[in-house]
Unconditional design. Sequence first.
Length: 593
Amino acid sequence: MKDTIVIIDSGIDKKYENILGGVTISFADDALFLTNETYKDEVGHGTAIYHIINDACENINFFIVKIFNTYETNPNLLFHALQYVHDNVPCEFIIISSGAAACQNKKAVAEIINKLHLEKNIFIVSAFNNDGALSFPSSHPNVIGVDSSEFVSATENYYIVKNSPVNILSSKRTQRLKWLNGTKQIISANSFLAPEYAAMLIESYQKSERTINNNDDLLDCICYKENKINVDENGEYVKIKNRLSLDYLPKVSDKKPRAIVFPFAKEIQTMAANEDLLQVDIVDYYDIRQSGKIGLEVGNLLGYCKNKKNIKDIQAIDWTSDRFDMIILGHCSHISAATNHDWFSYIYDLAREHDKYVLSFDPTDQAELDYPKLLSPPVITSFASTTFGKLQQISSPVLGVYGTSSKQGKFSLQLNLRRRFQKDGFVVGQLATEPTGYLFGMDYTLPTGFNRSIHLAQESMALFLNDIMHECSLNEPSIILTGCQSSTLAPTWVHYSQLAFSQYEFLIGTLPDGILLVVNKYDRIRYIQRTIAFIEATTDSSVIACVISPVKNSHAKAFDSTSELSAQINKPVFEFKDIEGIYKASIGFFGGG
């Protein structure tokens, strides 16, 4: 019995005896073409793949699918090639010695891979690209991904890796390969390591009498004690998925959980001004009597929204009331210190006594408190990357909001843009750095500001952020929004706290394509210019425009108008309230208008 091996590559130079047939799949003028029995290799890549496997294995036939004439893979052609094999070619293995760092149609390719492997028991072996990226489809969990590293010596040869997108990690080495027209080439590349290990897997599959049907068992056939790497699971790393599900809490008629909020501080003010975006129904806002806010109307206090609710005294809460299901508990350390009263414990004890949910912005020891209705940001002190330093390439466009200082309204700008993008039907992915991200239904909430719960070293933080951005992109949103805390570039160098290390980690970890830079009217123009230059010099990001912060202050102005600043920095400049102008500039940058 012979096994059929499908090679999806650049074709083959001629039809050998054990080639069952083939097809060329191509695009012309945006139309898809399938040409049967025409798959001649013009570059030599696919021919070399064929000979590596054919010279190592017996009892095999091949089916050739040609999808490129260069060394670049079109993800759309790859999808159609896999779909063609699924529908037309009974086979045991598919070899893909190419891939894409950024795959626009990753979801569709992933679905057809799942069908091929899980439903038809077809093994797929793919090479990672040579530049170090976490390329696709090799990183797919149902694909055996082959990579090389200089840290694997020639004597060690290769490792089988568990709990990682990289399944086979080989030593780097040069191979002498059969090429077009009987010629030979000396080449070092992952493309030609993948078929070498595929041949080993094919032989193991045949020796098992074709009883193996999953990747782990097949890899175990070429694994022995000395060549196995168990990548640690992610340690304390917990993906901070939005855990406030609409199915998680009790409902009222509008299908939202009902909540009260305490205290009326900075993060809460953003919620009060954007209640239409919240995934909860805010019943009341509360504060302490010493704040001087009791009885004031929210809209009048803030001055920039029309919220008609009055702020109430925290001591007047009727905990037996069924008007609310949970209390949103903001940062309490400042008011606790000012009043010499532990407000967190006071609220927590009452909420627990009356069976109410608590969403705390401050990290808590949930294991010690042992209350299942307590939600808080997990404390993360370590992150073990499973990718050997490879970074995910994010296929969705990423728009970042950065600033020149703290307290500029950067998160409010993100919310305004979220609302505006959604109005036009865009699917918005979002990573929030404010603890209220849970409540706005954002994909991930990563509190990195006051009383942060994330404590990772610089290298780990960049990998952690890259992983979360990848998670945000899995549903292929139209755009991903995110934003950084505080200043992007150190304003002075007189104190360690002013150095913007964490902001740089966030910048390289999220790698926005375009950035809106929020500036203050008191910022020196030279400082704004330096911040723009820093962003654009250290990443591939482009500053789309500057936005003037609406936060009032007593500092002297460095410029009088948007046009004056625009002329100095050679970038568009918008007032904060001009959301339509900011939105159109962002859409224009990404090619949408």
